[in-house]
Design a protein around this ligand. Sequence first.
Ligand code: PLP
Length: 405
Amino acid sequence: MKPIAKSSKLANVGYDIRGPVLDKARQMEDEGQKIIKLNIGNVAAFGLEPPDEIVQDMIRNLPHAAGYTDSKGLFAPRKAVVHYCQEKHIAGVTVDDVYLGNGASELIAMSMNALLDAGDEVLIPSPDYPLYTAVVALSGGTPVHYHCDEGSGWMPDLADMRAKVTPRTKALVIINPNNPTGALYPVEVLQGIVELARQHQLIIFADEIYDKTLYDGAQHTSIASLADDVLCLTFNGLSKNYRSCGYRAGWMVVSGDKRHAKDYIEGLNMLASMRLCANTPGQLAIQTALGGYQSIKDLVAPGGRLARQRDLAYSLLTQIPGVSVVKPSAALYMFPRLDPQMYPIQDDQQFAYELLAEEKVLIVQGTGFNWSAPDHFRLVFLPNTDDLTEAVGRIARFLDHYRKR
Ligand code: PLP
């Protein structure tokens, strides 16, 4: 029999968050072992259930939500997204500019597929949420990583971004608040990025899926609100802020100067039509969520469950010799650094395997986020304080053995 090979389009595509180390963890669970999972931002899986209001409306809407909708989505939830854009000072958005999707993920893939030809380049942060690198590669484009600087709280390095612009650069991606670093970008940084996009006529892809998951009273600014004259595609959804990852409810907003983008928008519409529509119950949940008041706000406020877990994870990790962490201002993650002198890690996937095998703790290695050196990992601080204390205690024990090898 002829071997059935995967498409060569997948040659440069990876998604380590659900990669081989997770397969190993699943196998261990099948054998009856209990694993502490610090690997995925699956909020509802940690007892942080979605708001009642959303669940009750999903149940109520379900019998009437079995039909296809318009490809971009139902009018009322798209209108709710328009109102959300108004709250965030994104100018000139109409219902026609809003696309609903099965999570933001589907729309992120659509936006790159509709844009890129072979050799087109997209600037993507390093570290990144690896979907961006994967979908740019799958769309035939070339991901080009710009550096985010740990020394300045993981801010994008504008000089590096600028140095990496070429005649083939079509767009830049910013993830704000950031996964995996938890950084939240101040207005001045956003303004610098807008200026760069303006100068080189780049599209801005802005991922704002954690825009309500903010600690210490921080405020989020949508980059699109600073860029009326630049084409911006902003991605958001219910997965994180409304603890509803499984409802697969996301949206994309096209804003800014659309006059030169008619053809691209036609491409977006074509791809939206080809997947028919986003799931209808999820679309209806968007309307309920944005009209209601039950976001993640109480959990991230001082003393709230997520704020306490962030503080605890930060304090425990920074007590481990050779571990340093930038305290996240937002989102659900931290990206600790392991001093390479103390921990001379050659292969960080192997490091994650060994941690899993020895201590039954699952993390994702830093290179899985397109970080170039094997000296970081991502930790999700969603488990409750008991589990977090246990997990970080096990990481500390593992690192102690690692140092003494
Ligand atoms: N964007 C970022 C930065 C994420 O961290 C995630 C999920 O972890 C997503 C998008 C996926 O969002 P959705 O569940 O809406 O597809």
